[in-house]
Design a protein around this ligand. Structure first.
Ligand code: HEC
Ligand code: HEC
Length: 407
């Protein structure tokens, strides 16, 4: 089946060189890294999963199944532990690792229960069983993040900084009740760039996020993060002792480039011809944040339906902790293009709490409160028109061959 896929990719790209790079990217996405004492790839000592694929199944995102009794089975969800200042827990670090190599205790195990809250919306309660001794430090409250589908990443990366910064309006100078701001992040060379990836726009490029995933989700070192200890803190001496001391990084630049190329190739251009009417979407003001396209020139900027800015979404969507400059209630407007609407088990919002588009909208608060209220004030028919439009957008991008094969 693998050979067939490559033939399809090569046919589409018309270039053998590209096909080889993509094959490498796909095998890297699926590769199961090891931290065994013999023949170790450098996985761990602490890690969340041994492959990208475990969380981003064929380039998709987290998959969640909610049982009638409220128990939640999920792949691709992880728990962040930052405080309001964006600092990790002094013992556990920035996220909880539920796995570890032989000889090191994992930090803990998490189980999730769906609980009904206000307006019959469902939220996930995080039940954390620690495997290491200390309790979480004050102010560090566990907060879930779902692996996003990688379907929009290629389009996100193509948006120009100028186009994003044109919409930056931190003090709501235009008085529309919406004050999005760009998340400026520091670069290793001391410069700054607009953060655009992840739920809080913490990373400027796909390559930087791929290196971050290797370091924090898998405990593998890269030229960007030379530490072999991943998310171990100075207090976790068993983890530090188990980390390999020296040598070249576990992952080289070529491997980062292959994976980056694969991620870019997962995005196509959403086909807007034949979509249902967007009138209700515009009437509710969804397009103030979910702006259809960032550049005036549609050729330079395919549809994205995001301003890529941070917005305060109110207390219902708080993560309790911040990340970088982003506060607990701030989130990057999620792009509404992609093919994730096709994926079984795909859910919405940063922790996957919303089972469908209607629930996702009803969780909108803060700067999006007006749009949510406008949606709720619509007739049932108009609400259906609105959600049908969003649903169609989320399936308007062609499925890349590797995903089509996996279906
Ligand atoms: C344990 C699960 C897990 C693993 C393993 C994992 N990821 Fe992720 N990925 C996530 C989560 C969760 C996020 C969102 C993180 C955030 O918001 O800070 C994410 C975000 C991303 C993004 C940003 C997407 C966007 O549009 O904002 C990319 C790209 C990505 N991951 C690629 C990878 C690659 C490549 C690998 C393997 C090297 C990988 N991930 C491994 C869970 C995972
Ligand atoms: C003030 C800016 C803003 C407005 C207005 C707004 N949104 Fe959002 N939207 C966001 C942000 C930020 C998120 C991410 C929130 C999170 O994950 O916690 C989001 C997430 C979503 C999601 C979930 C996407 C996914 O894949 O997880 C959907 C669907 C959505 N919005 C639809 C709408 C619709 C429909 C409207 C109009 C009724 C609307 N939004 C109005 C900012 C906005």
């Amino acid at each position: 089946m693998r050979r067939l896929l490559i033939a399809m990719i090569a046919g589409a790209a018309g270039m053998t060189g590209v096909a080889v790079a993509q094959e490498d990217g796909l095998s890297l996405l699926k590769r199961h890294w090891t931290g065994a004492e013999t023949a170790s790839d450098g996985l761990g000592p602490l890690y969340n999963e041994a492959s990208c694929h475990a969380c981003h199944w064929f380039g998709g995102g987290a998959r969640v199944r909610q049982r009638p009794d409220g128990e939640v089975a999920a792949a691709g969800l992880l728990v962040r532990l930052t405080d309001a200042a964006g600092q990790g827990d002094p013992h556990y670090g920035i996220q909880l690792q539920n796995k570890a190599v032989t000889g090191v205790e994992p930090e803990g195990v998490v189980s999730l229960r769906a609980v009904k809250v206000l307006d019959d919306l469902t939220q996930f309660a995080i039940l954390l069983r620690r495997r290491q001794a200390p309790a979480l430090a004050a102010g560090h409250i566990p907060s879930l993040r779902a692996a996003p589908s990688l379907d929009a990443a290629g389009v996100i990366e193509r948006a120009s900084e100028a186009a994003i910064l044109k919409l930056h309006d931190p003090d709501d100078a235009d008085g529309d009740g919406i004050s999005g701001r760009a998340h400026m992040v520091k670069l290793p060379d001391g410069g700054e760039a607009v953060g655009r990836f992840n739920w809080k726009a913490t990373q400027p490029t796909i390559a930087a996020q791929v290196a971050t995933a290797f370091q924090f989700d898998m405990g593998l070192s890269t030229p960007l993060y030379l530490s072999r200890a991943g998310d171990c803190t100075v207090r976790q001496t068993d983890c530090l002792d188990a980390a390999k001391a020296s040598g070249a990084p576990d992952i080289d630049d070529q491997q980062i480039a292959s994976l980056t190329g694969l991620v870019q190739s997962l995005s196509g251009t959403a086909d807007e011809a034949g979509l249902p009417s967007s009138a209700a979407f515009q009437k509710a003001g969804c397009d103030s944040c979910h702006v259809p396209s960032l550049d005036d020139d549609p050729a330079a900027s395919p549809p994205l339906y995001s301003d890529l800015l941070l917005h305060d979404m109110g207390p219902g969507l708080t993560s309790h902790g911040g990340e970088g400059d982003a506060s607990a209630q701030e989130w990057r407007t999620t792009p509404l293009v992609g093919w994730r609407g096709h994926i079984v088990g795909h859910r919405y919002l940063h922790d996957g709490r919303a089972a469908n588009i209607d629930e996702a909208i009803r969780w909108h608060g803060g700067e999006a409160q007006r749009a949510r209220d406008a949606y709720l004030a619509m007739s049932a028919i108009e609400r259906l028109e609105l959600t049908a439009f969003v649903q169609a957008l989320l399936t308007a991008m062609p499925l890349p061959p590797i995903v089509a094969e996996a279906q």
